[in-house]
Design a protein around this ligand. Sequence first.
Ligand SMILES: NC(=O)c1ccc[n+]([C@@H]2O[C@H](COP(=O)([O-])OP(=O)(O)OC[C@H]3O[C@@H](n4cnc5c(N)ncnc54)[C@H](OP(=O)(O)O)[C@@H]3O)[C@@H](O)[C@H]2O)c1
Length: 313
Amino acid sequence: MRAAVVQPSGALGLIDVPQPAPGPGQVLVEADVIGAGYVDVMLSRGEYRGIPGPGSVPGVEVVGRVQAAGPGAPGDLVGRRVLAMPALGGYAERVVVDVDRVLPVPQEADAAEAVALGVNALVAEIALHRAGAVAGEHVLVRGAGGGIGSLATQIASARGAEVTAVTSSAARGERLLELGATRIVDRTASTVPDQTYDVIVDTVAGPDMGRYLRLLRDNGRYVMCGGAGGAPGEDLLPTLLSEFHKSPTLVAFSLNSVTAAELLRSWQEITARWTEGLLTPVLHQRLALTDAEHALELLERGTPFGKVVLLPR
Ligand SMILES: NC(=O)c1ccc[n+]([C@@H]2O[C@H](COP(=O)([O-])OP(=O)(O)OC[C@H]3O[C@@H](n4cnc5c(N)ncnc54)[C@H](OP(=O)(O)O)[C@@H]3O)[C@@H](O)[C@H]2O)c1
């Protein structure tokens, strides 16, 4: 089968590789659509969880059909349409994945839209759930024009929150207002907003994170669920100490450590809202798997609004 493998130069090359076989508790999924995300950029640079880039196949989300079940995996999954979230290896025609990282996709659903929700909607939904965001609260989303951010904006708004979206242009701000944001902050014009917030969903981190932490109100909750802007500055922990009197909660959250039960509960909420028309998958562009390197370039430049997806056929 064909897979996009990170070359020694850091660029992706589409090459023939042996088809993997599902091991115990795993299934083999044939991809219809593959999701591309910033995490794939980090992997190709060798900046993801200490995994060397060269020789690796990026890709942590795929929508497709289960082709085979390994020992101990439920045989009735074969033939089912699923969202599969492998640890890596998604930029390929087929991928093996643990059964507890497989979620059902409605038969009639568009596969590209399902991927556009996929990991991004799960991160956004669980981040807001863990933050306990409720109607009437003020929520700020950093990286709002990105895959996770555009869904966090929609989900927070659907929960009845007032949403401030931090983004990088007026055009992106317009799109975010359509998705439910009530206020836009252009990060290229003013570094941090001038309001305070009950909840901050941060997909960026980076040197400004401490300054955003200061924007929490009393008993505010800050969920750091991404690092598109790199590592936080050295002021982060001193800031937490100086803000101690507000009883802030600072949470880091990764889907990798979410239980199968929480994944399923969250995905059911997402797909229910989607099928009711209350949640819109935001698709930036569909590219062929042969153009995977171009997808990473787009993500690295931060130009997509929403999700870039790859088509293996
Ligand atoms: N928690 C998890 O389990 C999980 C799962 C998947 C991915 N992630 C991580 O979440 C982060 C976002 O992923 P994504 O797929 O949403 O990425 P994405 O689609 O590339 O969006 C990231 C957005 O962040 C903003 N941004 C980028 N660089 C920035 C900078 N230097 N300073 C300020 N803002 C910047 C841009 O939005 P604007 O132009 O609108 O500001 C960009 O669109 C990545 O670090 C990724 O690795 C976490």
